[in-house]
Structures are given as structure tokens and as C-alpha cells.
Design a protein around this ligand. Structure first.
Ligand code: SF4
Length: 366
């Protein structure tokens, strides 16, 4: 077996092991799904995710999120923070619908219980996504209710710890020194919405074809159910573009491979030049290879935010939102194939796999 194939299998096995505590996601609504588009949640539960379960990218992203949590825990423990519980689970029954919450970290102090939700993102946004805030609120509300039921009146607060894969930066939301507090009205709203969503899931599992509520947004770009989404059923059909799309995909694959080869060549050259005293070598008369050190200066946005807060200002007041138009090619499993797969699984007495239907970037299981 080839080296890369061994690694791919290892990544997928690890990803399955890391998410085993989530159980059968087809049987409940997870906290991370409360704020998602209902159609996306329904299609994911009924037909399973259309994302290939065997893609290296998807497994790597999930594993990196897990490693990030290990790292966060190690840092907290190294500073004497004890009584931190990891992957704390809360199960709720709301009008017969199972809601499960998996809290990354719960840190209990004599007066306050803090929930920490770790998000591993490509880059850090200026504000967390709405679905992340809804998930966070569900976590602090559910934990507060659980404590109160045991006669424990400690305050429950929450923070989202966001780490950027691309830059190594990190920050906390809502802001350093600030916390999410339970908002029970919002919590009840999303629990009721989960019941409506679940009713539609059951109706579809029983063979009905109900109208699916959609909430289009930026996450549509990463949605794996576009082929079945009601919104995209109204798409103009332009079959003449098929050759253009094929060539585009081919060009992207070539570019990716070329980039990888470039990086490999650079690594080989660096391995050689870093062995010589001056860090550069002559290859032929006018060709030299030298090692270089690049320095980057980055704005510390946390410090800027702190400074602005002290002035009664917020970073968002100094930010301009710009947008550009581009294209994204999304390939879904054909609708009939997904339905046939779901039917075959139902026949065998299993529910289709309903794995986290996340913008693989970051959203994480409950
Ligand atoms: S494409 Fe957008 S609107 Fe359609 S199901 Fe996915 S998230 Fe919802």
C-alpha cells in the first residue's frame, strides 16, 4: 500500500473514532443543527450526508478540530485549571424529540460554570456565525437547567474559542472578558423549531414529500444537499456548460498537483541548502539557490479590539464589507441515487448515516 493511501485510511479511521461519542446522529437533533437551514438538516437525516465519508479533506478537518481541543485542554491544565470536563453530554426531550448537546469543555468553579466551545476555522471571522451563537446559547441554557434541577444555582456562562488554521491566530467570542449568558426565550424558539424539523424528517421517512422550509445563507456554499434543495430545483438548466465545467475541474486538479510538486521541490532544495554554511549554493554559472527567511507583520486584532472597547468603540465600526463575484462548482450525489441508498438502508433496518452536515470548514457536531 502506498504511503499516502496509508495516511488517508488512518485519517478516516481516526475521524470515525473521534466522532464515535456522537452516536447515531439520525436519531436526534444536535445543538449545532438548531441554527442551520431546516431543509439541510432534514435532507441530511433522511438521506445521509452526500459528502463522501472517505474524503481525506473532510477527515483531516475533523481530526484537526479534535487535536485543537486536545491542545486547548493541555494548555488549560498546564496553567493549573482543574475540574475541566471534556465532551460533556446533555440529552433533552422536547415534546418527544431528542435533542443532544455535546459541550467541548465545562469548567466548574465555586461560583461560575463556564462552557467553552472550540472552533477550528480556516480564518477567524469578525463575528461568529449565527449557528455557532445559537449552539452556544443552547449549551449554556441546557446546562443551567440541568444545574437548577439539582438545586445548584451557580451562574452559567459561555465562550467560543476560535482558532485559525491558516494563520495560527486565536480569539474568543463574544470578546475577551465577555461571556454568553443564557437566553431562554431564544432557546425555546429553537427547540420548538427542532420539533417542526423533526416532524418533517419523520414524514419523509414515512414516504411523504412535504414542502421543506429553507433558510438560504452563506452556508449554502458548503451544503451537500443542493441537488435536492427546493431552492435549487428552480435553477436554470444550461447543459451546454458541462464541457466548460469539466475543463474547469481539470484545470483545478492540474493546478493543485502543480502546487504540490512545487512545494515538494522547494522542500528538497531547502534540505540541501540548509546544510551548507552560507545557506546558498551555486548550481550552474548563473543559477544560485539560497534559503530565505520571510517575516510577516500581522495586526493583533485582539489588542486593537481591547483598545477600541476602552474608547467606547468597536472594530466593526471601522470595517468595510466588500464582496466580489465568483463561481463555485458544487457536485452532489444524484437525487435518485441518494434516495435509493436511503431506501436500501431502511430495508436493512438501519437509518442512513446522518453525519455532521457541516460546512466542513468548521461547523462541528453537536
Ligand atoms: S442549499 Fe442552502 S437553502 Fe438549500 S438546503 Fe442547503 S443550506 Fe438550505
Amino acid at each position: 500500500m502506498q504511503y499516502l493511501e496509508i495516511l488517508r485510511k488512518g485519517a478516516i479511521a481516526l475521524s470515525k473514532k473521534n466522532s464515535s461519542h456522537l452516536g447515531d446522529r439520525g436519531e436526534y437533533i444536535g445543538a449545532s443543527e438548531l441554527g442551520l437551514c431546516p431543509a439541510r438538516v432534514i435532507l441530511g437525516k433522511v438521506y445521509g450526508s452526500n459528502d463522501s465519508e472517505d474524503t481525506l479533506d473532510s477527515a483531516n478537518l475533523k481530526n484537526l478540530g479534535h487535536i485543537q481541543e486536545d491542545y486547548l485542554e493541555a494548555r488549560l491544565l498546564s496553567q493549573g485549571f482543574k475540574d475541566i470536563e471534556r465532551e460533556y453530554e446533555i440529552q433533552l426531550d422536547h415534546h418527544g424529540v431528542q435533542i443532544q448537546l455535546h459541550l467541548d469543555f465545562v469548567w466548574r468553579t465555586p461560583k461560575v460554570v463556564l462552557v467553552i466551545e472550540s472552533k477550528n476555522m480556516r480564518t477567524i471571522p469578525s463575528e461568529p456565525w449565527d449557528s455557532q451563537v445559537i449552539q452556544m446559547n443552547a449549551q449554556v441554557c441546557a446546562l443551567k437547567l440541568e444545574l437548577e434541577a439539582k438545586g445548584d444555582n451557580r451562574q452559567v456562562l459561555g465562550i467560543i474559542h476560535a482558532s485559525a488554521r491558516a494563520t495560527g491566530e486565536e480569539t474568543v467570542f463574544p470578546a475577551p472578558g465577555e461571556f454568553y449568558h443564557p437566553d431562554f426565550a431564544a432557546f425555546r424558539f429553537y427547540l420548538d423549531k427542532a420539533v417542526e424539523t423533526w416532524d418533517l424528517i419523520e414524514a419523509m421517512r414515512n414516504g411523504a414529500s412535504p414542502r421543506l422550509p429553507i433558510e438560504p445563507g452563506p452556508l449554502c456554499n458548503w451544503c451537500s444537499h443542493i441537488a435536492m434543495c427546493p431552492r435549487f430545483q428552480r435553477a436554470h438548466e444550461v447543459p451546454e456548460m458541462i464541457e466548460l465545467v469539466r475543463q474547469f475541474n481539470e484545470a483545478k486538479a492540474v493546478q493543485k498537483e502543480a502546487k504540490q510538486r512545487e512545494e515538494d521541490f522547494k522542500a528538497q532544495m531547502l534540505a540541501i541548502v540548509s546544510q551548507v554554511p552560507k545557506g546558498w549554493v551555486k548550481v550552474e554559472d548563473e543559477v544560485f539557490v539560497k534559503s530565505i527567511t520571510r517575516t510577516q507583520t500581522r495586526l493583533n486584532t485582539d489588542k486593537v479590539k481591547d483598545y477600541l472597547r476602552a474608547q467606547g468603540e468597536a472594530l466593526v465600526n471601522f470595517q468595510n464589507v466588500t464582496s466580489s463575484v465568483g463561481v463555485s462548482v458544487v457536485k452532489n450525489e444524484p437525487r435518485e441515487k441518494a434516495k435509493a441508498k436511503a431506501r436500501a438502508k431502511a430495508k436493512k433496518g438501519e437509518q442512513p448515516p446522518a453525519k455532521a452536515d457541516e460546512a466542513t470548514d468548521d461547523a462541528k457536531a453537536a
